[in-house]
Design a protein. Structure first.
Length: 159
C-alpha cells in the first residue's frame, strides 16, 4: 500500500474514525478497522490536520468531563439510586388462614454523596499550586539548609 492510498483510506473514513475516537476507541482498534500499520497511523495522525484536530477535540471533551466529575466529588452531589425492597402483604384465605405474600419492589431513592477531602486536595494542588502545595516554602528552606551545610563544612576545613 503506497502513501497515497493510506491518505485516501483515512480521508474516506474520516467521519467513522472521528466517531470511533469520540466513543473512546484505542489506536489499535482504529488501526484494525482501517487495515493499516501502526507506523502509518502514527505518521498520518501527526500529519493529517483534520484528524489531529479531531483527536485534540475529543481529548479536550474527555478532560472536561473528568474535570466536571472531579469538581462534583469536591463539592458533593445528589444522585438517584434504585433500591430493591421486600414488601410483605398479609392475605386472608377463604378458609380463614392468614397467608403472607412477599413481593419485591424497586424504589428510586435520592442519596447524597458528601464532599471528598482527597478530591478537594487534588483539585487545589493542581489549580492553585503556590497556595496549596505541601510545603510552599520548600525551595527557600532548601536554600537555607544548603547554606548552613556549606558554613558547617567551611568551619571544619578552617579549624
Amino acid at each position: 500500500m503506497g502513501r497515497r492510498s493510506v491518505d485516501e483510506l483515512i480521508e474516506s473514513n474520516i467521519n467513522v474514525v472521528i466517531s470511533m475516537l469520540k466513543d473512546g476507541c484505542k489506536d489499535k482498534e482504529i488501526i484494525e478497522f482501517l487495515g493499516i500499520s501502526r507506523s502509518a497511523w502514527k505518521a498520518k495522525k501527526n500529519n493529517n490536520i483534520k484528524l489531529r484536530q479531531a483527536i485534540e477535540e475529543t481529548n479536550d471533551e474527555k478532560n472536561e468531563k473528568v474535570e466536571e466529575a472531579l469538581f462534583k466529588n469536591c463539592i458533593g452531589y445528589k444522585y438517584y439510586e434504585e433500591v430493591a425492597t421486600k414488601v410483605k402483604e398479609e392475605i386472608i384465605a377463604e378458609d380463614g388462614t392468614v397467608l403472607t405474600k412477599e413481593d419485591v419492589k424497586v424504589v428510586t431513592v435520592k442519596k447524597y454523596k458528601g464532599p471528598d477531602l482527597a478530591a478537594q486536595k487534588y483539585w487545589l494542588n493542581n489549580k492553585k499550586k503556590a497556595a496549596w502545595k505541601e510545603d510552599p516554602h520548600k525551595a527557600e528552606n532548601d536554600r537555607k539548609l544548603t547554606k548552613l551545610k556549606e558554613k558547617e563544612v567551611n568551619s571544619r576545613v578552617i579549624e
